[in-house]
Write a protein that binds this ligand. Structure first.
Ligand SMILES: Nc1ncnc2c1ncn2[C@@H]1O[C@H](COP(=O)(O)OP(=O)(O)OP(=O)(O)O)[C@@H](O)[C@H]1O
Length: 321
């Protein structure tokens, strides 16, 4: 018996052959199903153009190409605080950078409608591309993909959004093309309002991280944030205490402007893991303002963020078991 030659065998040696999941030729029309996982819009278009070109050159005029992408296992972690200004955005940016340096594919959603600061913290000032209403995150210099509510409006423009508008914007960011991102951190506004509820409903986060200073006022609010996540069945991964202990650069004396140990004690009372503390540090503030997150560098500050990121991921795994 003689085998009928496969008219599409010409694709076997093609550079994009590993992506071809199926191929057939019926009545002169070639139909290919192509795996597009990990490709952005430009990457997909390039693959399509190369395959179409190869088939056209072989005399096959009509080519239909369907792209499929397997959904990666993706974890969404909400970073929240009860009180504003406790360092939630700074921590989120640095945790994202630490995770990226540890080899994770990381996305960051800046949902802080009151003060979207991630474009500054991650030195990424471009506008996201969009295709058919779908946003493509902006690449930052630190290997973290970013979408921020701040990118949806002009610089300096106030985000005077009511609940439904904020929820709509958040949905756009969540439903963006996150490609093969394995972990997405969401920098929430402070408090327990519309954005938090929308995120919980739309994205069902796998876990929540709570940031607080050691100050009583911040801790009371942190307890409220924890209560919201618990009531909505979002596992609380732990509390991070920020702005704990200040070492005087001149005399080396350590002082505690916001008190000390409060978050760890609260974590114990609330039965939530305590993941660690970060000192109040002028250099952290300066490098954050300059768009150079310490987690991208070397030294004790970078190590502290790497340890915290590791503990956060460990807490996530513990919860999943
Ligand atoms: N450990 C720290 N040491 C010194 N400054 C810090 C520290 N953490 C954060 N900051 C500074 O405190 C300010 C507030 O931090 P950040 O914007 O991260 O807080 P936030 O909780 O996200 O605030 P918001 O209420 O706007 O969401 C920033 O100027 C930041 O650089």
């Amino acid at each position: 018996m003689t085998e009928i030659p496969d008219p599409l065998a010409l694709l076997d040696g093609h550079a994009d052959a590993p992506r071809i999941r199926s191929r057939r030729l019926v009545n002169g029309v070639a139909t290919l199903v192509v795996e597009a996982t990990g490709l952005d819009a430009a990457g997909r278009a390039a693959v399509e153009e190369r395959l179409r070109g190869a088939l056209n050159a072989a005399g096959i005029g009509e080519v239909r190409i369907a792209m499929t992408a397997s959904k990666p296992q993706r974890r969404i972690i909400a970073v929240g605080s009860g009180k504003g200004g406790v360092g939630k955005s700074t921590l989120t940016a640095n945790l994202a950078v630490a995770l990226a340096r540890a080899g994770k594919r990381v996305g960051l959603i800046d949902a802080d409608i009151y003060g979207p600061s991630q474009p500054t913290l991650l030195n990424a000032h471009g506008k996201p591309q969009a295709e058919k209403e779908k946003l493509f995150p902006v690449e930052t210099p630190f290997g973290v993909r970013l979408l921020s509510v701040g990118q949806l409006v002009s610089a300096g423009q106030a985000l005077a959004w009511r609940g439904p508008m904020a929820a709509g914007a958040l949905t756009k960011l969540i439903e963006a093309d996150w490609g093969d991102a394995e972990v997405i951190l969401v920098d929430l506004p402070p408090g327990t309002g519309d954005v938090q509820l929308s995120l919980i409903q739309k994205a069902r986060p796998d876990g929540a991280l709570i940031v607080s200073t050691p100050q009583d006022l911040a801790l009371i609010d942190a307890a409220r944030a924890i209560d919201l996540f618990r009531k909505t069945s979002v596992p609380v991964l732990g509390i991070v205490e920020n702005m704990a202990g200040y070492t005087c650069p001149h005399c080396g004396e350590v002082s505690d402007p916001f008190g000390s140990g409060g978050a760890e004690a609260s974590a114990g009372r609330l039965n939530v893991p305590f993941l660690g503390r970060l000192p109040l540090s002028a250099s952290l503030r300066e490098s954050s303002d300059a768009g150079t997150p310490p987690a991208a560098g070397d030294g004790p500050a970078a190590d502290a963020f790497h340890d915290l990121a590791q503990r956060m991921m460990d807490a996530l795994e513990t919860i999943r078991r």
